[in-house]
Write a protein that binds this ligand. Structure first.
Ligand SMILES: C[S@@+](CC[C@H](N)C(=O)[O-])C[C@H]1O[C@@H](n2cnc3c(N)ncnc32)[C@H](O)[C@@H]1O
Length: 284
């Protein structure tokens, strides 16, 4: 008889804990800000996904479902979109927004996309805006998604590139982390673990190895602009709100805002960044 340990049954238990804890709740509460931050990715993601009327779309790690609902609208009344996510607070938010926006051809399932029991060949397209990095075993997760795609079905996702000094966003966030670190505020283990997972799919060679079940794999560098707030003060309020109850001395606060002032303009605080756009096809 085979016995399964808790870890085997729930390979992503730590991420499940994080996305159902303060990090997931912060994403749910700040959905509009996180959407604005990643909004620049939407057009490029959907241009690559080429969703047409009648399509059956799977959104992996759908969060509050903004991208799922765009996909549902593109699929039209004869198609539908399903968002899968491990986070209860984010799915609650997704369902509330779906009701407000009266989108009727979308549904959400709570589950770990690495192990979730998707219908075999049930989808024409699988998409993700930054929801595919958090798997303990990327190859297993993308293999599970491949089974959910029909032969010839497409996988399209965006994920972060490695931090680099020649990327504006990396430099700015590095500076902010240094200022907070100097003040003695070490990041929590939750944030450290979430950040490590966020970066775990940034090596293009690893992306390609993880997509062994697919054909026509393409990994393209995409320059994007990320939005952080109306002005430096608003952006710092948002960044500090990720750690509930955190207060920094006035002098540190001023230094943090000064660090963001080079990126502030008429359209708010915006930074150049780079992501990978990945496309692949389930072989026929
Ligand atoms: C960076 S957020 C992106 C959310 C959403 N795609 C968006 O663009 O707003 C990552 C999402 O992946 C989800 N996630 C993490 N691990 C997961 C897993 N194993 N299966 C399904 N979803 C997962 C998180 O709960 C979170 O909603």
């Amino acid at each position: 008889m085979t016995t399964h340990t808790r870890t085997e049954a729930r390979p992503n238990a730590r991420q499940e804990e994080l996305w159902n804890g303060p990090i997931g709740r912060h994403w749910a509460e700040q959905q509009d800000r996180y959407d604005a931050m990643s909004g620049d990715l939407n057009d490029r993601l959907f241009a690559a996904a080429r969703i047409s009327g009648g399509a059956r779309v799977l959104d992996i790690g759908c969060g509050a479902g903004t991208v799922t609902r765009i996909a549902a609208r593109l699929a039209g009344p004869d198609g539908h979109a399903v968002g899968v996510d491990i986070s209860a607070p984010l799915l609650e938010r997704a369902r509330a927004r779906t009701a407000t926006e009266a989108v009727t051809n979308v549904s959400y399932e709570r589950g770990d996309a690495q192990t979730h029991d998707f219908p075999d060949g049930g989808f024409d397209v699988a998409i993700s805006r930054g929801g595919v990095m958090f798997f303990a075993d990327h190859a297993a997760a993308f293999g599970n998604v491949a089974r959910a795609l029909r032969p010839g079905g497409r996988l399209v996702f965006v994920c972060p590139q490695p931090a680099s000094p020649d990327i504006e966003e990396s430099r700015a966030l590095g500076l902010l982390a240094g200022l907070l670190g100097a003040e003695g505020a070490a990041p929590s283990s939750d944030h450290t673990d979430a950040r490590a997972a966020m970066a775990s799919l940034s090596d293009p060679a690893h992306i390609r190895r993880s997509l062994a079940a697919y054909a026509e794999v393409a990994v393209t560098s995409l320059p994007v602009e990320t939005y952080w707030g109306r002005d430096p003060s608003d952006a710092i309020d948002f960044l500090l709100s990720r750690t509930p109850g955190r207060v920094v001395p006035r002098v540190t606060r001023k230094a943090l805002e000064d660090a963001l002032s080079p990126y502030a303009g008429g359209r708010g605080v915006r930074m150049q960044a780079r992501v990978w756009l990945v496309t692949a096809v389930r072989p026929s």
